[in-house]
Write a protein that binds this ligand. Structure first.
Ligand SMILES: [Zn+2]
Length: 431
């Protein structure tokens, strides 16, 4: 009998003492880790030292997460430019290249110093929180060559938990179905869309997905996960599916726990949300760019700007983990518009609209009246509704809930919003 059938996937921690630390203790812990990596990177990473020197900062000036605000953000474009000027790593590496165990190449191209010994915690914490347990037999369908994700991050993390890995890589859907069946594999790592391909292929091959396959747990990343697709797959397979977020350079920055309540920041990173124009922290509850710092010594990125927007929250999670959480990734910084000092992103507009099946088409208009920004949510309904005022009020509530802003809701006749209209139309004039 497979051991995993009797274990509870919904409770427990990979690193209980770290994951359940009281918030004050967590802050002290992170500040201490931060001081360590700042000292280390200043001494060993040429690119970081030049950055500090150019602003006149010394390692002793960075004592706390708040002090991080003084260090300029490193953007991906800067990373690429410096790599070109000073190949291969632009001086961002923290150990000599001859000491590295692996080196990876991401699209860009960007060269990534690999691990000496893999000690990244985030993905493993995420997989465990999402239900993976020792003894799970897992197909890893991410691509194994060049890029670091499948081998360095997913494979190593599964091993850390104690799972058995079948490194299947991408494609070969029919063979993957047979592998799942023959090994009674319990775990899946890959994109949500490839899991759907597997489901469809299995059905085409005449299998009863729940009876003939044994998938119990899935870890998905690298793609937006629509809630409708998640529930469809969870229902089809009878499995738990959780997602995580990160980048190739700085690895895991957030993972969902079983409560599906935003994404917990792993205990080996510092994540700030900042105003991309000033680099200042916006604090919990407000939209900002995700900027991250890792404690990794091989590749010690400090204040790396991801270009993604999200909101941090510190409210307690019922799973017992005390780390802050990123509420969903809202989209890219360069697509966002600032309204009354807060970022509004097309993804948020979609989220509000997705809550109401009565909505056919929609668009947000931003205007300026009496020196104040005004936001109007223009909506074409599929058909007339019996209580339009009540619906308007509900949508207004969702706007406040999702965007943390007040907006006027306006029902407009069908065909008013032009084809190809922008989701957020900024009509403000600053003259
Ligand atoms: Zn949680």
């Amino acid at each position: 009998m497979p051991k995993q059938e009797v274990m509870d996937r919904t409770v427990g921690f990979l690193k209980k003492n770290l994951e359940t630390m009281p918030q004050k203790k967590r802050l002290e812990y992170l500040n201490q880790k931060l001081r360590g990596v700042i000292q280390y990177a200043y001494k060993n990473s040429q690119a970081f030292k030049s950055k500090m020197d150019s602003t006149g900062l010394k390692p002793k000036d960075i004592q706390t997460i708040k002090d991080l605000e003084n260090i300029p953000i490193t953007k991906k474009t800067e990373l690429m430019e410096l790599q070109k000027k000073n190949p291969p790593f632009g001086g961002f590496e923290g150990v000599p290249v001859t000491e590295m165990r692996r080196i990876f190449i991401s699209p860009g191209p960007i060269y990534e110093p690999g691990e000496i010994e893999f000690n990244e915690l985030g993905w493993a914490q995420g997989m465990y929180a999402g239900g993976f347990r020792p003894g799970d037999i897992v197909i890893n369908t991410f691509s194994y060559h060049m890029v670091p994700f499948a081998l360095q991050m997913v494979d190593n993390s599964l091993h850390r938990i104690g799972c058995v890995i079948i490194p299947t890589g991408i494609g070969n859907t029919e063979q993957q179905v047979n592998i799942l069946k023959d090994f009674k594999a319990t775990g899946y790592c890959g994109t949500p869309s490839f899991l759907l391909n597997i489901a469809e292929k299995a059905e085409e091959m005449g299998f009863d997905i729940k009876k003939d396959l044994n998938l119990r747990v899935g870890f998905v990343a690298a793609e937006m996960l629509a809630e409708s697709l998640r529930s469809k797959l969870e229902e089809k397979f009878g499995m738990i599916i959780r997602q995580a977020y990160g980048t190739a350079d700085i690895r895991c920055l957030g993972y969902e726990c079983i409560k599906k309540n935003g994404m917990h920041v792993p205990d080996d990173k510092i994540v700030e949300t900042v105003d991309p124009n000033t680099g200042k922290q916006v604090g919990p509850g407000k939209t900002g760019e995700i900027v991250a710092t890792t404690f990794d010594k091989v590749y010690p990125l400090i204040r790396f700007g991801t270009g993604d927007l999200s909101i941090l929250t510190e409210t307690p999670c019922p799973c017992g983990r005390t780390s802050p959480r990123l509420l969903k990734i809202l989209g890219r910084v360069d697509q966002a518009t600032k309204v009354r000092g807060l970022f509004v992103h097309p993804g948020q507009v979609d989220e509000v609209a997705s809550r109401y099946p009565q909505i056919a088409r929609y668009q947000i208009i931003i205007t300026r009246k009496d020196q104040k920004d005004e936001m109007i949510f223009r909506i074409e309904l599929k058909e007339e509704v019996s209580q339009p005022e009540k619906l308007k009020e509900e949508i207004g509530g969702s706007i406040r809930d999702v965007m943390k802003l007040r907006g006027e809701v306006l029902f407009i006749p069908k065909g008013t919003i032009p084809e190809g209209a922008k989701k957020i139309e900024d009509q403000r004039s600053w003259a």
